[in-house]
Design a protein around this ligand. Structure first.
Ligand code: GLU
Ligand code: ZN
Length: 298
C-alpha cells in the first residue's frame, strides 16, 4: 500500500524570505519580503521564512523575534516552521565533509591583506599546499565557474570572469560557515523553486549556481528586485542604520513598497486594512511591472 505520506505533494512553487538578524526590518527588506511573498502567493505557492543567524558577532539581540513580529504585522504570514540556520550546523558540516572527501575543497591561510595585494581576487595560492585545517579557511575547488545566468527580471547577467572562476570560501577562518554554503544547502533542503531577493545579491548568485552544479542539484530560478537607496546613494541596510519600519502603522510602508515594485495601487486601497491591501496585492501582482533598476531616493 502507498503510504499517505508519499501522496503529500509539494506545490509547484516554493519561495522564501531569508533575513539575517543583524537588525530590524527596514524599508529595503520589506521590499524583498513583499516581492517574494507576492510572487509565491500569486502562484498559489508556499512562502517560507528562514532566519539566517549564522554570524553571531553581527547578530542583534532580539532581532529574530522582532523580524517575525514585523512580518506578521505586515500581513506576510509564512507557511511551515521558521528555519533557523543556527540549528543547521550538522548539515553544513556534513556538506563540507562531503566536498572535502571528493577533493573539491582545500584549506587556505591567505589573509585579506594578501588577497588585496594581488588585486582583490584570490588566485589559487593554497590550492596545492595541503595545509592543515587549523587556522585555515576552506575554499571550493571551483570546477564549475558560472559566467552568466538568467534572471527573471534582470535578464542575462554576465559575471566578471575572474570572480566567476575564483575558488571561493565555504568555511571561514573564524569557524563560521560561509553564506554561500548555508544558503544553497538550505534552499535545497527547503525545496525552494525560485529565489526572489534584492539586487545586492545578484553577483553572489553565480557562486550559488556553482554550488548547485557541484552538488548535482537543480537550481531555483532567480528574480532580483531593485534596491531602495538613501539620498546619498547608499543602499538601505542594517549596516547604514536604515530606520526600522513601523509595526503599529504598516499601511503606508506597504503601499509605498508596492508602488516601489511598480504595482498600480489604486487610491481607495490606501485606506484599507493590512489584509485588504495584501489581498489586493496578491490578486493584482504583476512581476513584469517591477522596474529593473530604478531606485527610489528616500
Ligand atoms: N540573509 C541574506 C540577507 O539578509 C539574504 C540571503 C538570501 O536571500 O539569499 O542579506
Ligand atoms: Zn590561500
Amino acid at each position: 500500500m502507498v503510504s499517505s505520506h508519499s501522496l503529500i505533494k509539494r506545490p509547484l512553487y516554493r519561495g522564501r524570505f531569508a533575513p539575517s538578524p543583524s537588525g530590524l526590518l527596514h524599508f529595503g527588506s520589506l521590499i524583498a519580503a513583499l516581492a517574494s511573498f507576492l510572487q509565491a502567493k500569486s502562484k498559489q505557492g508556499q512562502w517560507l521564512v528562514r532566519i539566517e543567524d549564522i554570524d553571531p558577532p553581527r547578530e542583534k539581540l532580539g532581532a529574530s523575534d522582532a523580524i517575525l513580529k514585523t512580518l506578521d504585522a505586515y500581513g506576510l504570514h509564512w507557511d511551515e516552521q521558521v528555519l533557523y540556520q543556527s540549528k543547521q550546523a550538522e548539515k553544513y558540516r556534513a556538506l563540507l565533509k562531503d566536498l572535502n572527501n571528493r577533493q573539491l575543497s582545500y584549506y587556505c591561510q591567505c589573509t585579506r591583506a594578501d588577497i588585496k595585494k594581488i588585486g582583490g581576487i584570490y588566485q589559487g595560492h593554497c590550492a596545492n599546499l595541503q595545509l592543515n585545517a587549523e587556522g585555515s579557511a576552506t575554499r571550493l575547488r571551483n570546477q564549475h565557474p558560472v559566467l552568466s545566468f538568467n534572471d527573471e527580471l534582470q535578464g542575462k547577467v554576465v559575471v566578471k570572469e575572474q570572480l566567476a572562476k575564483e575558488d571561493f570560501i565555504i568555511h571561514r577562518k573564524d569557524g563560521l560557515f560561509a553564506y554561500q554554503l548555508a544558503v544553497v544547502s538550505d534552499d535545497i533542503e527547503q525545496g525552494i523553486t525560485q529565489v526572489v531577493r534584492g539586487c545586492d545579491l545578484l553577483e553572489p548568485t553565480a557562486r550559488q549556481l556553482t554550488l548547485y552544479s557541484v552538488l548535482n542539484q537543480p537550481p531555483p530560478s532567480y528574480l532580483h528586485v531593485p534596491l531602495a537607496v538613501t539620498s546619498e546613494g547608499f543602499k538601505l541596510s542594517k549596516q547604514n542604520c536604515a530606520p526600522a519600519i513601523d509595526d503599529t502603522n504598516p499601511q503606508p510602508a506597504l503601499i509605498a513598497a508596492l508602488r516601489f515594485l511598480g504595482q498600480n495601487v489604486p487610491k481607495d486601497i490606501e485606506q484599507g486594512s493590512v489584509e485588504e491591501i495584501i489581498d489586493w496585492a496578491i490578486t493584482h501582482w504583476d512581476s513584469k511591472s517591477i522596474p529593473k533598476t530604478t531606485e527610489i531616493v528616500l
